[in-house]
Write a protein that binds this ligand. Structure first.
Ligand SMILES: Nc1ncnc2c1ncn2[C@@H]1O[C@H](COP(=O)(O)OP(=O)(O)O)[C@@H](O)[C@H]1O
Ligand SMILES: [Mg+2]
Length: 244
């Protein structure tokens, strides 16, 4: 028997406007995320962050629904379940980190999931170790650099063993070294994710498809979004043209 696997997350016919704003950001918009690694580009203010926050249940649409694995998420309780499987990396790491030390911050998620303090600490240690961040354990979160905060934020999410990551402009204000480190980490993750970014080169190295969000709609990028890329094919070493 063929088994139909629903997309991990779907946004169906969603209409959303911010309080006091006349024009909706989205009107009857549809979007679905399969088990894949995708990029999401779009002009400033086009609603990229808003879309992620709708998926997480942090913003409530006026119309339409969010579906998780084919089931409509009906209420806050449903979104609490969804948030156990989907990790959002906020645009600003200071929105993510709030515990005194790195280890406590990373342990917070597992604790919340019901693990004992000992188990939570062990999971945090393992997660930090997987990311090569073991030496960060005792660091005071507040004193980390921007790039370090970004990596620790990612650790707080990965410690919850999510099925999907939503990364909101992860390379903003990132130094080159941390940026490369993040590319490496993402490429070694056996996880689905969607990345909002203006950083084409980063998306090219970390995702397989790129979608554009503009005027309230999400479309798969084709020629309109062509970008620099490296690829291997015959004559690849020589200057060459691609036919339309
Ligand atoms: N809390 C808010 N209240 C009112 N308007 C908002 C709020 N947050 C964002 N907006 C507006 O909604 C639009 C989409 O914002 P956002 O989703 O953050 O865009 P993007 O992430 O693509 O840059 C922008 O015009 C922004 O100014
Ligand atoms: Mg944004």
């Amino acid at each position: 028997m063929m088994e139909y696997e629903a997309p991990l997350v779907e946004v169906q016919n969603v209409t959303f406007s911010y309080q006091g704003r006349k024009h909706p950001i989205f009107e009857e918009m549809n979007f679905s995320l399969e088990r894949e690694k995708i990029g999401l580009i779009g002009p400033n203010g086009s609603g990229k962050t808003t879309l992620f926050h709708i998926i997480m249940g942090l913003l409530v649409p006026r119309k339409g629904a969010v579906l998780f694995k084919g089931n409509t998420v009906h209420d806050e309780k449903g979104f609490q379940e969804l948030r156990k499987s989907i990790g959002l990396l906020f645009q600003d790491a200071d929105d993510q980190l709030f515990s005194p030390t790195v280890l406590e911050d990373v342990a917070f998620g597992p604790l919340n999931l019901g693990f004992s303090p000992e188990e939570a600490r062990e999971i945090s240690r393992q997660t930090l170790s997987n990311l090569g961040l073991s030496n960060f354990e005792p660091r005071i979160t507040h004193n980390l650099s921007g790039g370090e905060k970004k990596l620790v934020s990612l650790a707080t999410i990965l410690a919850m063993k999510p099925e999907l990551l939503l990364l909101d402009e992860p390379t903003n204000n990132l130094d080159q070294e941390t940026r490369f480190r993040l590319i490496d980490i993402l490429n070694n993750l056996d996880l689905s994710y969607a990345i909002i970014s203006h950083d084409w080169d980063f998306l090219e190295k970390t995702t397989r498809e790129v979608y554009a969000i503009e005027k309230g709609a999400v479309t798969q990028c084709e020629r309109a979004c062509l970008h620099e890329h490296h690829h291997a094919h015959l004559y690849g070493d020589h200057p060459h043209h691609h036919e339309d």
